[in-house]
Design a protein around this ligand. Structure first.
Ligand code: 5RP
Length: 266
């Protein structure tokens, strides 16, 4: 791995703990103005100081995030579909040239293993890795799960392993039973998505179980920005990810912080 690649990866996965809290706010690329992200700039601003990395699309980055931020960006470069169509039919939406112009720390693309379009999405991943290697940009493979796919260790393990075999530098998947097997069988770091909004205590359990079982962190969206107390939530998730705070203590921490006034972004 070259210097640039290592440098970018270490901006995403923090070398002091080997972990990362990525804030995922890319949902609009297929969901449109989803709850909590109607005005992305207002959602992102108070959370930014607690995110190790911001994961989002080119459009929201340009329109809603000041270029003066210090937070590394992982840019979603796949899309072209909506919730109304065939989600797996994604293509690459951003050139590496434009990604680099935005000074990204990494790029992300979804793969749809098990869908009729798996070959297309896997070859898109391979093409992206080929290009990213030229410029030292780490690639995050997002193991997207279609409605018909089961989120179990066998399926997620298959998707993560294939992503790693094709050269993804790290992989995002879902937490599941026997998650440690998914991590063990994947030779690159694994982060988890939070998935649909859960009660806060369940989301904190999920994050704690994921890191306990080998995830290097989270790339979490809805369970942070759709929470009644997003800042309290991300601050607590940080403690779990970087300090191995156990779930019970994390829930106490969240409840204490939730009582404090949320930072108001004007
Ligand atoms: C969608 C994504 C999202 O970023 C990902 O699902 C994380 O967000 P959430 O925690 O809300 O699931 O990559 O494909």
């Amino acid at each position: 791995m070259g210097w640039g690649m290592k440098n970018r990866l270490s901006r995403i996965i923090k070398p002091d703990t080997g972990r990362t809290v990525m804030l995922a706010v890319d949902h609009g690329y297929f969901l449109g103005p989803t709850t909590g992200l109607q005005e992305p700039g207002k959602t992102i601003a108070p959370l930014l100081p607690y995110a190790d990395t911001l994961m989002l699309t080119r459009g929201v980055l340009r329109a809603c995030v000041p270029p003066t931020i210090d937070t590394p960006v992982v840019l979603r470069v796949s899309g072209g579909t909506s919730i109304l169509g065939n989600l797996a039919d994604e293509g690459t939406t951003v050139s590496m040239r434009d990604a680099l112009r935005m000074n990204v720390a990494g790029v992300a693309l979804s793969i749809f293993v098990g869908s009729e379009l798996e070959r297309k999405t896997l070859l898109a991943l391979a093409d992206l890795v080929n290009e990213a290697e030229e410029f030292g940009v780490p690639v995050l493979a997002v193991t997207a799960v279609g409605k018909e796919m089961v989120r179990d260790a066998r399926y997620l393990g298959l998707a993560c392993r294939i992503a790693a075999e094709l050269g993804a530098h790290y992989v995002k998947t879902y937490y599941c039973e026997d998650f440690e097997k998914v991590v063990r069988n994947c030779p690159v770091p694994v982060v988890i998505a939070g998935g649909k909004k859960l009660p806060e205590h369940e989301a904190l359990h999920l994050a704690a179980n994921a890191v306990k079982n080998g995830a290097v962190g989270v790339d979490m969206g809805r369970n942070i920005f759709q929470s009644d107390h997003p800042v309290a939530m991300i601050r607590t998730v940080r403690e779990i990810v970087h300090k191995d705070l156990p779930a019970k203590k994390a829930i106490e921490m969240y409840e204490t912080l939730a009582k404090e006034k949320e930072t108001v972004f004007a």
